[in-house]
Design a protein. Structure first.
Length: 221
């Protein structure tokens, strides 16, 4: 079978199960359905300063909370999961961007697993202006701490500029800066728009692990 949203086909259903008079499909269809259900919004913020608000409206930023569902990511020093921390941080980032007139698409907004290629595809289908993947790091040496920012080895000038801007902002939080690095993560190389991946700190570090689970610290990040 195929799935249609408002008459537009978005792909095959994959496995379908019936139970209790309801039909259930794979969780992998969630981002495809969400992206096809986009609605056009009229900006409601005041236009007293068009130079500040108007250019941002219509920009699309895809926020990608790493891991999720069956993939917990790193396990913190205190025992909680990376997937929980990064989702909380991503929701805060999304809220701030939306307040600023930016259209935000989340690759996931709940504890579900999204394939890596599908995360990039969400941004590509939406024609996104920027893709930001949010993670938390881990290391066998618990003394490691600080944030890192990754771009692909063949990253565009826009990706590198975005990474530098995020680096400058995160330094102001007081978190140790481990710099900008190159890595060909699939979510970075498969996106057609500028893309960065941010490691917000080390869950394996006892002190930083506690901070990363703190609401105020998440808000600063």
């Amino acid at each position: 079978g195929r799935v249609y949203v408002n008459g537009t086909p978005i792909g095959p259903t994959g496995p379908v199960h019936q139970a209790g008079g309801k039909y259930f499909v794979s969780e992998t269809l969630i981002p495809k359905i969400r992206s096809a259900m986009t609605v056009s919004l009229t900006p409601s913020f005041p236009h007293t300063d068009p130079a500040v608000t108007t250019p941002k409206y219509g920009r699309i930023v895809v926020i990608d909370p790493g891991h999720g569902g069956r993939d917990p990511g790193a396990i913190s020093y205190s025992g909680y999961h990376e997937k929980e921390v990064v989702l909380n941080i991503a929701r805060r980032v999304a809220a701030y961007l939306r307040q600023d007139g930016v259209r935000v698409i989340m690759t996931r907004d709940s504890d579900v697993y999204i394939e890596l290629d599908e995360r990039a595809n969400i941004a590509n289908r939406a024609g996104a202006d920027l893709f930001v993947s949010i993670h938390a790091d881990s290391h066998n040496d618990r003394s490691h701490q600080g944030f890192s920012i990754y771009v692909a080895r063949s990253a565009s000038w826009a990706s590198k500029t975005t990474a530098r801007n995020i680096e400058s902002a995160l330094v102001q939080t007081g978190v140790q800066n481990k710099g900008i690095r190159n890595a060909d993560f699939r979510v970075l190389v498969n996106t057609t728009c500028p893309a960065v991946l941010v490691e917000c700190g080390y869950l394996s570090n006892p002190g930083e692990s506690a901070k990363l689970y703190d609401n105020r610290h998440q808000d600063r990040l």
